[in-house]
Design a protein around this ligand. Structure first.
Ligand SMILES: Cc1cc2nc3c(=O)[nH]c(=O)nc-3n(C[C@H](O)[C@H](O)[C@H](O)COP(=O)(O)OP(=O)(O)OC[C@H]3O[C@@H](n4cnc5c(N)ncnc54)[C@H](O)[C@@H]3O)c2cc1C
Length: 390
């Protein structure tokens, strides 16, 4: 997966900025639709942004209809890669288990389940005793109930991005690594091209901003302001152990909330939403997180008490005021499209979002109404958020 500036043409029909899950999925689906005059520019290497730092969870249990639809379609697309194309992306439908500790959480779960089931998603509502029978390693103390979706699960972001990019490149797309888009040029309200590094100007008709935590900076190069702000999230992974539990366990409470999952290789990976926002591009890690996350995991799965953590790291959720992504063309600048700010959902939504964006570039319209995710919602003031997990 290489590329050098010197061998580039002076024009590509479409340029994608960023080779994380969103840019790579978009590139793959564009080439699948026959749109091959495509350059992907990545400042570092694929997966060097948020994608390579995520914990690989794939969840369809949302409270918002559009989020559910996109996640269900993403699961369909990952299933296609894993099972129909027989490419191993470690997509495993090991489920997500959401725990409720309060009556309010139970009410929200029951409401969500109705919507999810009406859309064809299989989700079970579990009592504490059902929970203990199904997942004996989980501590059910104070748990009022849980929802379990067996078709949720996990995927390996590195394998998925590798699949998307290598297929796109086999079909003719170019990937330029280690090079940065430093400015964007336009004339008469239309994108004309980008500057790469300090010198080369490459013309294009379409520019797709898939720059993750840096999407706001890339949009600003085009004179567009988007409210997409990175926030640090820390994670850890344990040594490999014998199979202990399968689903991603999700606890929403402020005091002991966390989410963690056992991977196919036996390691347990997880994180929690920090109680205080750590804004900006900060890759620091903290002893507080290590101790607190360990305590929370052991509280939920006591057998983890003897297991060692082998690594911790941090990455970024790119947040918007309503914790939904920004997807779509910008009315004031023809040819410019933002596909950014996926909060904690980029891996689980990217495989469908890339397909939708590719359809938009090739056919001129989305096959799903994505207007609730357009940037104009911030001007209109029409903001609705997920009720529990962002
Ligand atoms: C700790 C943690 C856990 C998470 N867990 C999950 C999870 O379980 N499931 C899930 O769905 N999501 C999860 N997420 C969220 C998920 O990681 C992100 O939503 C997703 O990776 C965003 O992908 P992206 O392609 O938009 O951005 P990125 O992966 O950040 O890709 C953007 C790329 O753009 C490049 N770039 C930026 N500016 C330029 C430029 N000017 N020129 C060229 N290249 C540029 C960067 O180098 C980068 O590689 C998690 C995130 C974190 C931090």
């Amino acid at each position: 997966m290489t590329g050098s500036v010197t061998t580039l043409r002076d024009k590509y029909e479409t340029i994608i900025v960023g080779a994380g899950i969103i840019g790579s999925s978009t590139a793959y689906y564009l080439t699948e639709l026959g749109h091959r005059d495509l350059l992907i520019v990545e400042r570092e290497v694929p997966c060097s942004g948020s994608t390579g730092r995520c914990i690989g969870g794939v969840r369809q249990q949302f409270s918002d209809e559009l989020n559910i639809r996109i996640a269900m379609d993403s699961v369909r697309n990952m299933n296609h890669v894993q099972n129909d194309l027989a490419v191993d992306i470690q997509f495993l439908q090991t489920g997500y288990l959401l725990l409720a500790y309060t009556e309010r959480e139970m009410e929200i779960f029951e409401k969500n389940i109705q919507l999810q089931r009406s859309m064809g998603l299989k989700v079970d509502l579990l009592t504490p005793s059902m929970l203990s029978n199904l997942f004996p390693s989980i501590n059910t103390e104070s748990v009022l109930g849980a929802t379990f979706c067996p078709t949720d699960g996990q995927a390996n972001p590195f394998l998925l991005v590798h699949f998307y990019l290598s297929r796109a490149m086999e079909s003719g797309a170019r990937l330029l690594k280690g090079q940065e888009v430093t400015s964007i040029e336009s004339t008469a309200g239309r994108i004309t091209g980008v500057r790469i590094g300090e010198r080369d100007f490459i013309k294009c008709d379409n520019l797709i901003n898939c720059a993750g935590p840096w999407a706001r900076d890339v949009a600003a190069m085009a004179g567009i302001s988007i409210p997409a702000l990175p926030e640090r999230h820390e994670s850890l992974v344990t040594e490999k152990i014998a199979p202990l539990f399968k689903p991603m366990i999700v606890d929403y409470t402020r005091e002991h909330g966390c989410y963690f999952q056992q991977k196919e290789n036996g390691a347990v990976i997880g994180c929690f939403t920090p109680p205080e926002v750590v804004p900006g591009m900060n890759y620091g890690v903290s002893l507080d997180f290590l101790q607190e996350m360990s305590r929370r995991m052991i509280r939920l799965v006591p057998e983890l008490a003897t297991v060692s953590v082998v690594r911790q790291w941090s990455g970024h959720y790119t947040m918007t005021p309503d914790a939904k992504p920004i997807i779509g063309p910008e009315s004031g600048l023809k040819g410019f499209c933002n596909v950014a700010a996926f909060c904690g959902h980029g891996l689980m939504q990217g495989p469908r979002v890339g397909e939708l964006v590719a359809e938009h570039i090739v056919r001129g319209e989305f096959s799903l109404d994505l207007s609730p995710m357009s940037s104009s919602r911030f001007e209109n003031g029409i903001l609705t958020s997920e009720e529990l997990l962002k």
